[in-house]
Design a protein around this ligand. Sequence first.
Ligand SMILES: Cc1cc2nc3c(=O)[nH]c(=O)nc-3n(C[C@H](O)[C@H](O)[C@H](O)COP(=O)(O)OP(=O)(O)OC[C@H]3O[C@@H](n4cnc5c(N)ncnc54)[C@H](O)[C@@H]3O)c2cc1C
Length: 588
Amino acid sequence: MGFSGAVSAVISGGVIQRSYLSNATSRGLPSGVDPACSGVLAFKDSDVLGSRLRLRSSRSLAKKHSSPFQVVCADCPRPELENTVNFLEAAALSASFRTSPSPARPLEVVIAGAGLAGLSTAKYLADAGHKPILLEARDVLGGKVAAWKDNDGDWYETGLHIFFGAYPNMQNLFGELGINDRLQWKEHSMIFAMPNKPGEFSRFDFPEALPAPLNGIWAILRNNEMLNWPEKVQFAIGLLPAMVGGQSYIEAQDGLTVAEWMRRQGVPDRVNDEVFIAMSKALNFINPDELSMQCILIALNRFLQEKHGSKMAFLDGNPPERLCMPIVDHIQSLGGQVQLNSRIQKIELNSDKTVKHFTLSNGSIIRGDVYVFATQVDILKLLLPQEWKEISYFKRLEKLVGVPVINVHIWFDRKLKNTYDHLLFSRSPILSVYADMSVTCKEYYDPNRSVLELVFAPAEEWISRSDSEIIDATMRELAKLFPDEIAADQSKAKIVKYHVVKTPRSVYKTVPNCEPCRPLQRSPIEGFYLAGDYTKQKYLASMEGAVLSGKLCAQAILQDYELLVARKLRNLQTEATVASVMDAKNIK
Ligand SMILES: Cc1cc2nc3c(=O)[nH]c(=O)nc-3n(C[C@H](O)[C@H](O)[C@H](O)COP(=O)(O)OP(=O)(O)OC[C@H]3O[C@@H](n4cnc5c(N)ncnc54)[C@H](O)[C@@H]3O)c2cc1C
C-alpha cells in the first residue's frame, strides 16, 4: 500500500497552529517542524481530505494536553494506522511526554506491577525525564500477557491475545519502540463456527474498498448464514437510538445487561444467541445475561466507526520477550529501573495518610517521591491501608471484581486442516475464541503439528476443576469443531501435550453499573496514583485500555509536577531536620 500524501499538524500551546496537506512534503517534514518531537500518523491519498477535516475538528483534543506538543502525520507504510482523531490523540499524548521540558528535579516514581499498564506508566514517565522504579511481584513480565517456556522450549500464555485496528495507543507504542513488524495482521474478517453445522464456519468479510461504517454494514448484510433479513432489520432498528444518541446514549446503557437491552429494544433472541453470546464471551469472558450493554456498544462503536477497527493482528511470538522486553529496554535506556521478584506486601503511611514507603515481601523498604499502583484491582483492594478504606474513591472499588478465565493449549500429533490463519469464534457453551497458533503466529509456526490455543469461558464453574477434566471437556467441544479430525477419545488426532493456565481473577467483570466505580488515575491521596485496565479510560478492560491508563497516569503525575516537587522538598527538609536533631543528641 503506497502513501504519497501527507497531512501534518503543528500543535503548539495546546492549539493546532497549522495543518499541511502536501504531496511535495510527503517524504519529509514540513519546514518549522522539529523532527525530534514528531508523533507519526499515516494517511492514504484517498483519505487525506477526510483527515484534514478531522484535524480541523479535533482542535478541542489539543486543549486537553497541557504541555506544548507537535504532531506530524507523515509518510508511513502502515495500513493498520487509521486516520481518525483517536490516532491523532494517541500520537499527540505520546509526543507530549517526549516534548515536555526536562524536569529540573526528576521525580522518583515507584510503580507496583509490570503488566502493560505499569510498563506504559514507566515508559512515558521515563520519556518525560523522570525516574520510574517498576516493581513486579512475579519472575515474569506482562501480568495478563505473561507467558512461560516449557521444558521442550514451547511457550504457553496467560491468554490468547488479539490486537485490533482500533487500538491507537498500542499501535503508537509499537511504532515508538520500532517493533511494528511484530504485529501480524490478518485479513479483515470475523469468522464464527456454526454449532448446527459441525465443522462449518460463517464469515463476516469487511471489504477494503469501502470506508467505515459502510464496510461493516456490508459485512453484516452479506452474511446470511447467521442472521436472516428480518433479524438484521430488527437489530438495526434496535440500534437506531445508539446511532442517534451517540456517547451519552452508550453511557446510559451501563445499567442494563446485554440480554435485557436486546429484549427492551425488541431484538429477536436469535440475534443474541447467534452473535452476542460469542461477542460477550470474547469481550469479558461472561454471557450476555451478565455483561453490561455499554461494553458491547463501546466495542461496536469502535469496530464500526473506524475502517480497520475490527481488523485483527497476532503478536509474532511470546509477549514477555516480543512486547514487554522492548519497553523495559527503553525504560532502562532512559535511567529507569525494572525489578522482577519484588512483591509489595504493605503500603506504609505517614501520619497525614500519604504513602511513607512500600514494604516488599522480603522486608526491604522502597521509597520514592511518587507512588503508583498498577496491579490488578483485586490486589489493590487486598493491600489498601485501613485508613483509606472509607474514602469513597477506594470504597467504590468494591464493585470491581476480576472474572475467572482459563487459557488452554493443546499440541496435536498432526496438522489440523479445518482451521484458518485467523482468530475463530467457537460458539461453544464453554469455549470462547481460539486459534491454531502453529499457523497464526510466526514464533509458534510448525508445519507438522497444530497447537490450538483456546480461551475457556465462562470459567466460574471450572476454575477449581483439574486440568484433565478441563482438557476432556475441551476435547468434547473440539470434536464438534473438527468432526473429521478430532474425537473426544483421541481415536483421531492425539494430544502430544497440553498446558492449562487458570486466572481466577482476570479483567474486572463488566456487569451493569460498574462504570461509576472505575477510578481516575489521580487518587485523592497526594502522591498516590493508579494505573490498570480497570481505571477510567475510554477503552474496555483490554491491552489498549491498560496502555492508555498508563499514559493517563503518567500525564496526571506530570500535571501535578509542581505540587509533587514541593512535597519532595518538604520531605527532604524534614529528613534533614530529623538527622540534625539526632546528630545533636548523638543518637545513631
Ligand atoms: C485469557 C485472556 C485473554 C485476553 N485477551 C485479550 C485480547 O485478545 N485483547 C486484549 O486487548 N486484551 C485481552 N485480555 C485483557 C488484557 O490482557 C488485560 O486487559 C491487560 O493485559 C491488563 O493489563 P494491566 O497492566 O492492567 O494488568 P495486569 O496485566 O494484571 O498487571 C498487573 C501486574 O501487577 C503485578 N502484581 C500484582 N500484585 C503485585 C504486588 N503486590 N507487587 C508487585 N506487583 C504485583 C502482577 O503480577 C501483574 O504483572 C485478555 C486477558 C486474558 C486473561
